[in-house]
Write a protein that binds this ligand. Structure first.
Ligand code: HEC
Ligand code: HEC
Length: 312
């Protein structure tokens, strides 16, 4: 009996030690490599502004009553199946925002989902897509954020259901699912395709809503962009692949046009969270919107899997 008890104790202790060891920030860097990288050129504020819009930072971080979408004091509730997140203040305020952060800390947050103090971020902050951007791109966003107003105020604590409330567990999830590689250029494809690839898969994080998730809540890459139930609980983010249940009948211009004014070729306007995405993509250049459309048209066609509970 005592032998069984000591065996159980040993297993529990071993498990706890392994959990502790694997969830330290050092474990992630050791097992995945240090991918934060150094920027290689001078900061480009214009690129920073473009990527800020393409990345939809204001959709989550702007203050609830902010029409300018540049007051990034956070706090607007983000309701998900795991609970409610309150995106933090990312304005340049030294106490409540990013004023005290170094550029390297910011790049690490965007590309590895790790906070300056080593805590893992929840993937409700879509670093799972942002990780695809280069250190230069992240540094440009940081430089742009510094030009925006510094605001006081901290967001409320996230209200998450157990076990999601255990932040440390997110470190294990990251080890399993965060590959942490920069999106590579494909020399066989056009400039526009490569630009679209980076925008759609990286900073634009389109797949965070349009790609179905596995039971572990990671993106199911085998059905990339084949459509998924909207995260906010009602509605569906449609299939963006050129399948007949997706965007097969849409021209690249029609896709680019939706990203500009929110209208489908049938003159319907998009609603839900996509209306907010269009507020961001409408500020991009025509060339960037067409680049995204070019990339989407090149995807392998995949049929939509629409769950029964979702109304069309
Ligand atoms: C879908 C909503 C969403 C979008 C879009 C989003 N974020 Fe966030 N962000 C969050 C949430 C939620 C957190 C808090 C994560 C946590 O507590 O683990 C966060 C955290 C952060 C942090 C860490 C702040 C801190 O105090 O530790 C930074 C930096 C950040 N986001 C920058 C950005 C930038 C830059 C963009 C645009 C490129 C962006 N975010 C887009 C939801 C979002
Ligand atoms: C926050 C979640 C979210 C993100 C991020 C998002 N979408 Fe959407 N998208 C939706 C939802 C939901 C709809 C359906 C809107 C409706 O039915 O009115 C939609 C609709 C669309 C449509 C219309 C398709 C159709 O068949 O009517 C296109 C095209 C589209 N999105 C492209 C994009 C692109 C490109 C990106 C990345 C820049 C993107 N979306 C990012 C949620 C999102």
């Amino acid at each position: 009996m005592t032998r069984i008890v000591s065996l159980v104790c040993a297993v529990v202790l071993l498990g706890a030690t392994a959990f502790y060891a694997l969830t330290t920030p050092e474990a992630y860097t050791a097992l995945r490599g240090d991918h934060a990288h150094q920027p290689t050129r001078a900061r480009d504020l214009e690129n920073g502004q473009t990527l800020f819009h393409a990345g939809g930072c204001a959709s989550c971080h702007a203050a609830t009553d902010d029409e300018s979408r540049t007051h990034l004091s956070g706090g607007k509730p983000l309701v998900t199946p795991f609970g409610t997140f309150y995106p933090p203040n990312i304005s340049p305020d030294p106490d409540d925002g990013l004023g005290g952060w170094t550029e390297a800390q910011f790049i690490r947050a965007m590309r590895e989902g790790t906070a300056p103090d080593g805590r893992p971020y929840y993937p409700a902050f879509p670093y799972t897509s942002y990780r695809g951007m280069t250190a230069d791109d992240a540094a440009d966003i940081f430089a742009y954020l510094k030009t925006l107003p510094a605001l006081k105020g901290r967001a409320a604590e996230h209200q998450l259901a157990f076990p999601f409330s255990l932040r440390r567990g997110v470190a294990l999830w990251k080890l399993a699912f965060l590959s942490n590689t920069v999106i590579a250029k494909d020399p066989k494809q056009s400039e526009a395709w490569n630009r679209g690839h980076r925008l759609v898969e990286g900073v634009g994080h389109c797949g965070e809503c349009h790609t179905p998730r596995t039971i572990a809540a990671s993106l199911d890459r085998s059905r990339a962009f084949a459509g998924a139930p909207a995260l906010e609980g009602k509605g569906f983010a449609p299939n963006l692949t050129p399948h007949e249940t997706g965007l097969q009948s849409w021209s690249s211009d029609e896709i680019a046009s939706l990203l500009k004014d929110g209208f489908t070729p049938d003159a319907d306007s998009v609603g839900g969270s996509m209306a907010d995405v269009v507020r961001n993509t409408s500020t991009l250049t025509d060339a960037d919107r067409l680049a995204m459309a070019t990339y989407l048209k090149s995807l392998p066609p995949i049929p939509s899997v629409k769950p029964k509970s979702v109304t069309p």
